[in-house]
Design a protein around this ligand. Structure first.
Ligand code: PBG
Ligand code: ZN
Length: 325
């Protein structure tokens, strides 16, 4: 009898030697929802284990993140006041600016990334300034400059524009450079699809559009060639990291970007992807911890160098356990 490929699967020792993909805790970025106010620690119904915090309640969460070895957080702000343009997003005393200062003071080693968008700050829930029923690209870019400058002044380590406006990376790069923030990198949400997988996030961040949808700015799920064009535009405009979002229904796109560009690739394992695993796990229909690790591994294997995931803490715990075996 002659065995072929099974020889390399016979024991855990040999399997570990020939394993092609490895997850590390440093791969993960953990999203945090920060709400203006006091005494808030509210679990998001469709995202068990994920909470909205006011700043006075967030310390335990930050401490756990740091103790688990997670290096980066991605901040989303929920302001008290919303208006047509989302002006709280560039208020120096706005919730995200406060959060950046607080986290950098308490945990200087934690990399703080800020989401750059307006949907949590506008009273209509769209990702920029409305002109009729649509978002105006140029007017939104003007406000985007104000928002990133406020975040930079507060001490942010990296910015991540998620609104899918054309030329947003170019505008941000210019604004940062002009003001002495040449060192702040930009992680572009280069390839962001209009996706039903964002449902739970919109509850978490209070950012559901009050009318219509985001299909005039986010990409059509059917398009693959267009992903290359979007990524190329971000490269040309000076992005430092390219992101694909969501991750799981778009693993082919992650691989396309990996093969076509030499910048680091990030993938956003979004709220709906988290919610599905949590729901099936709760029902006992799947082994939640195993499915979680297999899912994250698949995103990395597809070509992601960086994974933004609500599972970051749980996955970090699994990796710790594994390393003790
Ligand atoms: C908003 C934004 C969204 C997400 C991140 N930033 C939602 C949207 O576009 O409606 C989704 C994240 C998730 O679902 O986990 N610009
Ligand atoms: Zn938005």
């Amino acid at each position: 009898m002659k065995l072929g490929l099974r020889n390399n699967r016979k024991t855990e020792e040999i399997r570990a030697k020939v394993r092609e993909t490895h997850l590390h805790v440093s791969d993960f970025i953990y999203p945090l929802f920060i709400e203006e106010g006091t005494n808030i620690k509210k679990e998001i119904v469709s995202m068990p284990g994920i909470f909205r915090y006011s700043l006075d309640q967030i310390n335990d969460e930050l401490k756990e993140v740091v103790d688990l070895g997670i290096k980066s957080v991605l901040l989303f702000g929920i302001p008290l006041l919303k208006d047509a343009e989302g002006s709280e997003s560039w208020n120096d005393e706005g919730i995200i600016q406060q959060a950046i200062r607080y986290i950098k003071k308490e945990y200087p080693q934690l990399q703080v990334i800020a989401d750059v968008c307006f949907c949590e700050y506008t009273n209509h829930g769209h990702c920029g300034v409305l002109c009729g029923q649509d978002v105006d690209n140029d007017l939104t870019l003007i406000n985007t400059r104000k928002q990133v400058l406020a975040q930079a002044k507060a001490g942010v380590d990296m910015v991540a524009p998620s609104g899918m406006m054309d030329f947003v990376v170019r505008e941000i790069r210019d604004e940062l450079d002009k003001n002495g923030f040449q060192h702040i990198p930009i992680m572009g949400y280069s390839v962001k699809y209009a996706s039903a997988y964002y449902g739970p996030f919109r509850d978490a961040a209070d950012s559901t559009p009050s009318f219509g949808d985001r299909r005039t700015y986010q990409m059509d799920a059917a398009n693959r060639n267009e992903a290359i064009k979007e990524a190329q535009a971000d490269v040309d405009e000076g992005a430092d990291i390219l992101m694909v979002k969501p991750a799981l229904s778009y693993l082919d796109i992650i691989r396309d970007l990996k093969n076509n560009f030499d910048l680091p690739i990030a993938a956003y394992n979004v709220s709906g992807e988290y919610a599905m695993i949590k729901a099936a796990g709760k029902n006992g229909w799947i082994d939640e911890q195993k499915v979680m690790m297999e899912t994250l591994l698949s995103i990395k294997r597809a070509g992601a160098d960086i994974i933004i995931t609500y599972f970051a803490k749980e996955a970090a715990k699994q990796l710790k356990k594994g390393s003790k075996n």
